[in-house]
Design a protein around this ligand. Structure first.
Ligand SMILES: Nc1ncnc2c1ncn2[C@@H]1O[C@H](COP(=O)(O)OP(=O)(O)OP(=O)(O)O)[C@@H](O)[C@H]1O
Length: 246
């Protein structure tokens, strides 16, 4: 199987701070949905920023599609679909204006997929972005990302702000993308979402990898993401409470 992303012995510490990510080794294979988990501040977004070439590590190496990231970040950025949990779209014009602008930027000529996605996610594309709710803006960001045909997608809490119906639709879309052989990195706080979707799961704590295993192995060992997560975070009694409820 082809490696899409490889991080090797990687450390990145933010300037004038002791925070960052430390001694990271990860291999993400083509066609995998790879989950990054960990509470706020554990280092998920930092890893994503490094993979996207936004920030540079002090130690170790990062490759995407066999290209070293920092020296090729323009080229790599063209090949990755990225959704951030905080939709970064300007407050100007309508949703459709933004999508058409984005299509032009990405040189997408056939807009069939864009219109299909607008319909599927039930976006009122003629609404002004400045009047949109967070969930509506998130839909615009999702449609912009998914209408271009990437091989690799990095999704940082993509369902944040979506209602349950849209969350389910988004999950269905991700599964379909995996079935087409696409690779997806999914950052999520939602344990059910990770358990349902991911082929492999990584759990971070204070910028370090505490757990990295395939869902197949997790199931074989009769474990659940919840159990592993609460054990790592030492939330005493939580697993007992769940056991008693069952
Ligand atoms: N620009 C920065 N300068 C200094 N420290 C930073 C900076 N950005 C993030 N950090 C720190 O690095 C650590 C990892 O943050 P990061 O944003 O990667 O966490 P996260 O797991 O993505 O959290 P969340 O789930 O809230 O998005 C945190 O302690 C954070 O405060």
């Amino acid at each position: 199987m082809k490696e899409k992303i490889k991080l090797e012995n990687l450390t990145m510490i933010y300037p004038r701070s002791d925070k960052g990510v430390f001694d990271i080794d990860i291999k993400i294979q083509q066609g995998q949905i790879f989950g990054f988990m960990g509470p706020s501040g554990s280092g998920k977004t930092t890893l994503i920023r490094i993979i996207l070439g936004f920030i540079k590590q002090q130690k170790g190496n990062v490759w995407v599609n066999d290209l070293e990231v920092w020296n090729n970040n323009d080229q790599i950025n063209q090949t990755i679909g990225f959704i951030s949990g905080e939709p970064i779209i300007p407050n100007e014009g309508t949703g459709l204006d933004y999508l058409l602008f984005y299509a032009k930027l990405r040189e997408i000529k056939d807009l069939t997929k864009m219109h299909q996605l607008i319909e599927y996610f039930e976006l009122d594309a003629k609404s002004l972005i400045k009047k949109m709710s967070k969930g509506m803006k998130q839909k615009v960001a999702i449609i912009a990302c998914l209408m271009a045909d990437f091989d690799l997608y990095i999704l940082d809490e993509p369902t944040a702000g979506l209602d349950p119906v849209m969350q389910a639709k988004f999950i269905e879309t991700i599964v379909e993308m995996r079935n087409q052989g696409k690779t997806i990195v999914l950052c999520s706080h939602i344990m059910d979402e990770v358990e349902q979707l991911c082929d492999q799961v990584l759990i971070l704590k204070h910028g370090r990898i505490m757990y990295n295993n395939t869902m197949a192995n997790i199931k074989k060992e009769n474990l659940t993401i919840q159990k592993i997560f609460w054990d790592i975070y030492n939330v005493k009694g939580f697993n007992e409470t769940i056991k008693n409820q069952n």
